[in-house]
Ligand binder design. Structure first.
Ligand code: PEP
Ligand code: MG
Length: 756
């Protein structure tokens, strides 16, 4: 009989038992008979978790008196080990295994071989199914697979009969139930606590045994098609990353998505009588088992990709496509994801979302910028999360230290609370500075403005006491919309922002779409794709070519600022003519409005962002046209170092406080010296105390930063003596020390300046 046919035979018998009117215990008793007989095993037993212990629930071959008597802790004996590690054991000689434990009441001393599989429900082991044999022999792969399939059927039975107590499922092994700490890279500092929610929820499998095998084949066939289509679309348009996946990940996805072996194995599992969902899961279990035997970090990475893809296929086949955002957050939440796009993050309820843990991520990825603006701590590059954290676990995020504590123990909670209290104290200190103007010790007024992008952000302006909005990222409205925002909607947003800001200035940056800010609806009908979106058709390049885009925005801005001062800033200017072209679009709209006798802005101040290094070479040509210049250090540094700002592998490689960046920043400051324009910085580095200190030493007097940094930077300003830091920076840039950050840190400490 073929493997599929014998598996189908077991499944058919199990199906009959499940459909019978027997009560749950009766069904378990039948199952051990069926499995024992089919695998020709003297013993077959089922252990289920009850009150935190694995209890023998049914057996064929062991002493009947041991049923509901033999109990063992998770982690104890072979059975306990299987539940603890959620792994399969296949042993020719059970007694030779270091975890073997003899229980006299069972009468199992005569059996030599042993194989067992975990019964898994919602990613937790809730029991163990095992077989034993008098002769020492290893079970064959098809037999192990039959056991795993039976375990899946059992998990359905257990779930349907309410035989798993959530408490029990939680009270599992040390790895699954005890506290665990995972470390990562602090991307947005802060502390947070909540329950774990996966951005892409795991699919629960409701039905294991197929009613109609052909129908299941069709379902999986269509799902494969759909998944491949999706992945092809993503790879050919790498900037449309769903969840911000990177090209190498996409390539691996593609390789697996088209892997014939994978689809064949799933089809074989369906042939054996499983539903499409159960077949995908079965195959995944088998791959997991095999990979575990190969100790290779590279393969482990690939396994990770395959897990993702398998989950993706499961979600397609089961129609459970929504992210956790669609389902809504019910409690304070720590969100777990491999990666996220900024728009995906914005779909979450801001009141409930307390922290984010990413397996990827970097400091200047836009999703991180958005989270920073929302005041949500983020930890990136958190490795080894899988298998440790499950939906609903309590989680503490310490994004100051870069640690994620899963299922914290009481004393950890207390220590965390104490730190929470401390950070509240610090926040109170910053709040006191809210209405205090930031003057340096030597009496220079530093402008501390904030970055924003959404209507809700405006309330932060007075809350943190910023001098205005130095960067309003208008593209955020585009990112959160399903369709292109029409002029009227743009107008209303800009007007509300200006109303909310009152007398404080707001610098509107015209749309900066592209790079990691993908807006699929703008690309419709476009045939060319950017290989390298950060350096591609983005920002002003796109806005100028799509003239309608900038024109509509110009009208909306001019109308919104009627009777007030309008500040407009153009992103990604690489050559002065681009500034002229953009300004001409505004001039034309102004003329149009004038012709219609509309109320115009009282004054218009135009500025440019310096993000492209080439512009620094020709600043002298541009400066006379400008009212202000703002350094976009996020993009600037990615171009200076040729290091993709969103690539997690490069996230820690280069330091903003490197002599290369610092000399470049100084050069820009020197080029604007004496010119009647304001120079500022609006990239993320300006919000970090040590970096801000250095920038003050280079001549920067205007900072536009994430709202949570306003307090800390104001406090810093009050401690700084500009001539001292200017002199120190000058010395270090003449002759750079081996580690500029360390030198600056030491200097700050000596001068009584606390840095992060
Ligand atoms: C920058 O590049 O530094 C910047 C402020 O713009 P964005 O982060 O939106 O690209
Ligand atoms: Mg930029």
């Amino acid at each position: 009989m073929s493997a599929a046919a014998s598996a189908r035979q077991i499944l058919t018998q199990l199906h009959e038992v499940m459909a019978s009117r027997l009560h749950a215990q009766g069904k378990l008793d039948k199952v051990v008979e069926i499995v024992g007989e089919n695998l020709d095993s003297e013993v077959c037993s089922i252990y289920l978790l009850r009150e935190g212990m694995l209890e023998l629930f049914a057996t064929r071959g062991l002493n009947a008196g041991a049923v509901h008597v033999t109990r063992m802790a998770v982690g104890e004996g072979l059975t306990g080990t299987i539940a603890d590690k959620i792994e399969t054991l296949n042993l020719a000689e059970a007694k030779a295994h270091p975890d073997f434990l003899y229980r006299p009441e069972t009468g199992e001393e005569k059996f030599h071989s042993f194989a067992g599989v975990p019964i898994v429900y919602r990613e937790r082991a809730v029991g163990v199914l095992c077989v034993q044999h008098v002769d020492p022999r290893r079970y064959e792969e098809v037999e192990i697979e039959a056991l795993q399939t039976t375990a899946m059927v059992l998990s359905e039975l257990i779930a349907n009969n309410g035989m798993v107590d959530e408490e029990d499922a939680l009270g599992l092994s040390a790895a699954q139930s005890g506290p665990q700490t995972v470390t990562g890279l602090p991307l947005v500092k802060g502390l947070a606590s909540g329950v774990a929610v996966f951005h892409q929820p795991r699919v629960t499998i409701d039905q294991v045994v197929a009613e109609d095998i052909e129908a299941e084949r069709q379902r999986v066939y269509r799902a494969f098609d759909k998944m491949r289509e999706g992945i092809d679309a993503m790879t050919s348009q790498a900037e449309f990353r769903v969840g911000g996946e990177h090209t190498d990940v996409l390539e691996t996805y593609k390789m697996f998505a088209y892997d014939e072996g994978w689809s064949r194995r799933i089809n074989e599992a369906i042939d054996s009588g499983l539903t499409a969902e159960a077949a995908i899961e079965r195959v995944q279990q088998r791959t997991r088992m095999r990979m575990r035997e190969i100790d290779d970090p590279l393969l482990a990475d690939r396994m990770h990709d395959l897990e993702d893809l398998s989950n993706r296929l499961l979600r397609i086949v089961s129609g459970q496509l929504g992210t956790a955002a669609t389902q809504g957050l019910r409690r304070d939440t720590i969100l777990f994801a491999r990666n996220l796009g900024p728009a995906e993050l914005l779909e979450y309820d801001r009141r409930r979302l307390k922290g984010v843990v990413l397996e990827e991520g970097s400091l200047t990825a836009h999703v991180v910028i958005v989270a920073r603006a929302m005041g949500i701590p983020v930890i990136g590059r958190a490795q080894g999360l899988r298998g440790l954290v499950r939906d609903g676990d309590d989680v503490l995020v310490d994004a100051d230290a870069g640690t994620v504590i899963i299922r914290p123990a009481q004393q950890m909670l207390e220590a965390f609370d104490a730190r929470f209290a401390k950070s509240r104290e610090r926040a109170a200190l910053y709040a006191e500075l809210r209405d205090v103007e930031p003057f340096t010790r030597c009496g220079t007024r530093i402008q501390v403005m904030m970055n924003a992008g959404l209507r809700d952000d405006i309330s932060n302006l007075n809350l943190v006491g910023a001098d205005g909005i130095g960067l309003f990222r208008t593209e955020f409205q585009f990112l959160v919309s399903a369709t292109l925002p029409q002029r009227e909607r743009q107008f209303r947003l800009y007007r509300d922002v200006l109303d909310g800001a009152g007398d404080k200035p707001v610098i509107f940056r015209t749309v900066d779409i592209g790079g990691d800010k993908a807006v699929p609806y703008l690309r419709e009908g476009e045939s060319e794709h950017d290989e390298n979106p950060a350096m591609g058709w983005r920002a002003l390049r796109l806005a100028l070519e799509r003239e309608g885009l900038l024109k509509v925005q110009a009208r909306a801005l001019l109308e919104a600022a009627a009777g007030r001062t309008l500040h407009v800033m153009f992103p990604m200017i690489s050559e002065p003519w681009e500034f002229d072209a953009a300004k001409a679009v505004f001039d034309a709209q102004l003329k149009y409005l004038k012709g219609r006798k509309k109320l115009l802005p009282e004054a218009i101040r135009y500025g440019a962002m310096l993000e492209v290094p080439a512009l620094a070479e020709v600043l002298d040509l541009l400066i006379p046209k400008l009212s202000f210049l703002s350094v976009g250090s996020n993009d600037l540094t990615q171009f200076l170092f040729a290091a993709d700002r969103a690539n997690p592998k490069l996230a820690e490689r280069y330091d903003w406080l490197s002599p290369a960046i610092m000399r470049f920043m100084r050069r820009i400051a020197m080029a604007t010296e004496g010119a009647p324009i304001d120079l500022g910085i609006c990239g993320e580095m300006g919000g970090r105390r040590l970096e801000a200190l250095a920038l003050m030493g280079l001549g920067y007097r205007r900072f536009s930063i994430t709202p949570v940094s306003v307090g800390p930077i104001k406090e810093l300003v009050r401690k700084v003596d500009l001539s001292q830091i200017t002199q120190a920076m000058h010395g270090w840039l003449m002759q750079p020390p081996p580690n500029l950050r360390a030198a600056l840190q030491g200097w700050a400490e000596q001068n009584g300046i606390e840095v992060d």
